[in-house]
Design a protein around this ligand. Structure first.
Ligand SMILES: [Zn+2]
Length: 622
């Protein structure tokens, strides 16, 4: 391909129409005369699937020397645009719009650059130079890890019309989102740590983006804890980008030098909500090391057109899930007790995931691009993206095993300082790995048959979840007749619409507070009573359905021989169903195993001296 050389594409993203759900872009693309193919991204890093925006791209017009040039879409690869550049033309102008309905509201917007990118196909994206500029609505603040040309530092200066950023390449620009908003705050974090860290917050309400001192202290703790845990970094600067909005949607998307995070308006407004979002920032931050810097070879392709392969997602996501939860506790987003309660819920969910009888954890990773989202019906039998939580249990197992084999002298921390720190401190870059490197680095910590350890847990059909880490950690997974304090707090924070009565481990259904059945546990008591996802429970034991009425019926049936009587609406018919279940309510919890060391609490102890806002120190609920 000629002439893309050193002259960068110049792209200007125009977000001034963001409240109307459309972004615009104009790009000057260096070209040579002759046929050219431009392409827009398809396989988006971090999404692990082909979520490129091609179906939302509209208003595409190419011009050169004032003339509009005809184009034709490729008949097979719909992401490609073919056109012919006339003689004498060295710069092609491209305009496009993208319809954007998520991560945007009347008061804020997030730009992931793949929505606006067009660049030469068949060239590795890291070899295509590009210089970005940005227009936002007047008075809106800007947060990004891109370097502003005018100041070279942060906050990004309030520009009159257009803010210019330093040239980079297409791979890095795709990895450098922008947040902008009317109610915007940028806070510097953990001032003793280099390089610099910031959190940029945009909210729909003026007061929300001014985060509480306690939350800022926890985020600064997170920066210090990650610094102590990973003993390396792979960025020149790090920006947590955060939206607080009930409109812009939830998000957690990792990038090398930033992360794109979205929670509800009140997501960090009090301790209950903070607990529900405890692992979000630690998880996405950890990805800068695990996922962005170190990436499974199959998930790193030279362009955004080649399919990504997910087989090692139980490392990319699974280990990040483990470290994110551990860091959430170490940084103070949650207490050690809340960490254990959440671990109990997670392990119990996996142990009762009936699909584990037919498909391995590895298969959920290989099929990842097909498993995200989708219909909840029978999802326990299908399995979902279980490599996240299965990976968490696996890495907890490995961590506690290393501690046990070395009498507490070594831990997974030592593995991380090998695996995630190769090359020392670097700027943003991607160093791919394969399975054998994991085994080699684990062996460098403590010799063991790590290949068998990993294969047994990941590749095999395992009818039960891996609770060895919990047991090596000094605890047992049990079921009690009351939910843990943490489960009650999370239900309170999630609100009555999201949290129906928890009867998954008893009669085996997920049901909302208005009686809609989301899922039925395969082979569970409700399955045997022929209930199905999508049905609606109208009445229970002669009373109109409510979450409380169902829970009372489950308690009443305990020790009795009388089944639980339901009246159920199925499509346009009404059925009777009897659930023959008599073991009462069941909620997961961890209890101490007598005479064993409390390794779980040892794992979640901070490595650094925590910074706490006065009078905000948390304690475990009763
Ligand atoms: Zn992740």
């Amino acid at each position: 391909m000629p002439a893309f050389g050193q002259r960068p594409i110049q792209i200007t993203a125009d977000l001034t129409d963001a409240p109307r759900k459309v972004y615009h872009a104009d790009a000057e693309i260096p070209v040579a005369a002759g046929p050219i193919t431009l392409i827009t991204p398809q396989w988006i890093p971090g999404n692990h699937r082909p979520t490129g925006p091609v179906s939302d791209i509209t208003g595409v017009v190419f011009t050169a020397n004032g003339q509009t040039l005809p184009w034709r879409r490729d008949d097979v690869n719909l992401y490609e645009f073919h056109l012919t550049v006339p003689e004498g033309v060295e710069t092609l102008h491209a305009h496009l719009d993208c319809i954007v309905t998520a991560r945007v509201s009347q008061k804020l917007a997030v730009l992931e650059w793949e929505k606006l990118l067009l660049y030469p196909a068949d060239t590795p994206v890291r070899e295509i130079a590009i210089q970005p500029s940005l227009k936002v609505p007047a008075g809106w603040g800007i947060g990004t890890a891109l370097t502003p040309v005018s100041s070279g530092t942060y906050p990004v200066p309030a520009a009159g019309t257009t803010t210019e950023f330093a040239a980079t390449n297409v791979e890095q620009l795709e990895d450098s989102p922008v947040i902008t908003g009317e109610y915007f705050h940028e806070f510097a974090l953990a001032p003793t740590i280099t390089p610099k860290h910031y959190i940029d917050v945009a909210s729909d309400n003026p007061e929300d983006s001014n985060l509480r001192p306690a939350v800022l202290a926890e985020i600064s703790n997170l920066v210090r804890e990650a610094d102590a845990l990973y003993e390396s970094h792979h960025y020149h600067v790090y920006h947590f980008l955060l939206t607080l909005s009930d409109v812009a949607g939830g998000e957690g998307l990792e990038h090398g030098q930033s992360s794109n995070n979205g929670v509800g308006e009140k997501g960090y407004a009090d301790d209950d909500h903070t607990l529900s979002n405890a692992d979000l920032l630690p998880h996405e931050f950890t990805h800068s090391w695990n996922g962005k810097y170190r990436r499974p070879a199959g998930l790193y392709q030279p362009d955004f057109a080649t399919a990504q392969q997910g087989a090692l997602l139980w490392v990319y996501e699974g280990m990040t899930e483990y470290l994110g939860d551990v860091l959430a506790a170490r940084a103070g987003f949650e207490t050690q007790g809340q960490y254990r309660d959440e671990l109990a819920m997670m392990a119990a969910q996996l142990d009762y995931r009936t699909g584990r009888d037919w498909r391995s954890t590895e298969d959920t990773a290989v099929a990842a691009s097909d498993l995200r989202g989708g219909n909840p019906a029978w999802s326990n039998w299908r399995r979902g993206q279980d490599y996240y939580q299965e990976g968490e249990l696996l890495w907890l197992d490995a961590d506690t095993l290393i501690r046990k084999m070395t009498n507490g002298k070594k831990s997974l921390n030592d593995f991380l300082r090998i695996f995630l720190a190769k090359g020392g401190n670097t700027g943003p870059m991607i160093v791919p790995y394969k399975f054998d490197e994991l085994v080699e680095d684990l062996n460098a910590v403590v010799p063991y048959d790590w290949a068998k350890f990993l294969h047994d847990r990941i590749d095999n059909i395992n009818p039960h979840a891996d609770v060895a880490g919990i047991e090596q950690g000094g605890y047992k997974l049990v079921f009690q007749d009351k939910p843990t304090a943490t489960e009650r707090t999370m239900n309170r924070a999630n609100g009555p619409r999201m949290s129906g009565p928890d009867c998954w481990f008893s009669i085996g259904i997920r049901v909302s507070n208005d009686g809609m059945i989301g899922d039925v546990r395969w082979n569970g008591p409700a399955d045997k009573a022929r209930l199905a996802p999508g049905e609606k429970i109208l009445a229970v034991d002669g009373k109109i359905f409510s979450g409380d009425a169902l829970r009372e019926a489950i308690r009443t049936a305990k020790g009795s021989s009388e089944p639980i009587h339901l009246i159920v609406q199925a499509d346009s018919f009404v059925n009777l169903a009897d659930i023959d279940y008599h073991d009462g309510e069941r909620f997961p919890a961890l209890v101490r195993a007598d005479g064993t060391p409390d390794t779980l609490d040892e794992i979640t102890k901070p490595l650094t001296t925590p910074e706490k806002a006065p009078a905000e120190a948390k304690k475990d609920d009763e």
